[in-house]
Design a protein around this ligand. Sequence first.
Ligand code: FAD
Ligand code: NAI
Length: 467
Amino acid sequence: MENFDVVVIGSGPGGYIAAIRAAQLGKKVALVEKYPTLGGTCLNVGCIPSKALLDSSEHYHNAVHRFQAHGIKIPPPELDFAQMIARKAKVVEDNCRGVEMLMKKNKITVLHGVGSFASPHQVRVEGQGDSQIVEAAHVIIATGSKPSSIPGVDIDKKRIITSTEALSLKEVPHTLLVIGGGVIGMELGTVYARLGSRVQVIEYTDTLIGAFDRALGKELQKVSRKLGMEFFLSHKVLQAAYSNVDKVQVKALDPQGQEVTFEGDYCLVAVGRRPYTQGLNLEAAGLSLDEKGFVPVDEECRTKVPHIWAIGDVVRGAMLAHKAEEEGVAVAERIAGQKPHIHYPLIPNVVYTWPEVASVGYSEEQLKAQGRAYRSGQFPFMASGRARASMDTEGFVKVLADAQSDEILGVHIIGPRAADLIGEAALAMEFKAAAEDIGRICHAHPTFSEALKEASLAASGLGALNM
Ligand code: FAD
Ligand code: NAI
């Protein structure tokens, strides 16, 4: 039986990054993955393929709707959806191969098969037709998550689908019903709206992307309507079922309690994800799950069995690739005797629609609930020269700062390149910057980042210059 210092179960962004960091720190590492390709949800059916389709569909949309205004005349563009899906598949393939190469470079042993505990220090790897047991001084559980559903909705993966199937459809739906106006609903809804689908989003709460500051959800709804997307907020879905071989009906209760019916040719169920632990045989390690199905861990990602750790979507906290990665690095460093720290409140959150949505720190609603005195400064992209030059004038930057100390407490952006702009805000907040600090830093002109400077000046009380 082969011995390892660290055995990681699951090769998503949590697992493969943990494996690399542990190997860099001199540990002998094995990575166990049940699928033939490495990279987990993120690379195979999550972040990467969804961004590939978002980018392709944005190009198509711009060619159809925006080139003319820029003075570019082309024959009406024709959609080659099969090629769009094939390009996405190639992007995924290249990324997965990249992870394979990283494993080789770092001398990590990759074991393909389902990992399960044979005992607290032994992991069984059940491959196709072979089975082996490896001994581990430390085990890191990084088995991720799967899409969840709601009562009355049976996902058959044909026309009542999850994000996984929505990333590989054979045709553009005429009408796509989306249950859930969260991150997946908005990103994949946007893809198909740009490609010409009628997209109807049915959301239980009274806001889109509920994890964000409410102002962002409101603005996203406004700009997404221009794409033709239709929103049915405060609607409780009761059932999704086939009304015909190629038609799906969704029944829901509207805000008045009346039953309403939607009909489409596909229904995307995007109501959240649940931790995935099937087949791990946690009992053999002396572990059990919490009431929501997560592997319970302390703030250092340690389970109640000291040499077994768990990270990423399978534990509490945001289900985000970069959160999983940070936990992977931190756990590998803890195993090597170091004392890393993750500042959870400063994990950024992004929606890759266009305009993009990005956020870090506290929302206005959270600050109000805390009873904290704050100042808010806002700058619209309409007033940005860079945004006018590129015709990206929708959205704004909102900076929230402590009323007394001026420390930045939250930054909320909807606008062009918000996903990249939020990095500056996260950096500033990590160093406890005041709004005035960002306001007084020289930002290149003309850039979208000037909007962050201007909103910071407004929040600090100095006042925006270009508004
Ligand atoms: P996963 O990536 O889920 O990986 C877990 C791995 O473990 C899988 O490969 C699985 O096969 C394997 N596994 C499970 N059980 C076993 C076992 N017993 N034995 C062996 N292997 C096992 N996050 C972002 O930050 N940005 C985004 O833009 C983004 N976009 C997304 C888009 C979509 C459509 C979806 C669905 C998710 C998106 N996410 C995004 C979320 C992101 O994908 C997850 O947060 C991230 O993948 C979690 O990483 P993980 O390592 O915890 O688990
Ligand atoms: P989500 O939690 O973002 O949104 C789910 C939505 O479904 C919520 O708005 C919720 O109110 C709604 N809902 C729940 N039950 C409902 C019902 N019965 N009827 C109508 N609506 C209902 O979850 P989503 O979009 O499925 O994504 C899962 C996770 O994947 C995200 O939380 C995020 O962590 C991750 N992800 C991250 C991305 C990114 O970082 N850009 C992109 C895609 C996914």
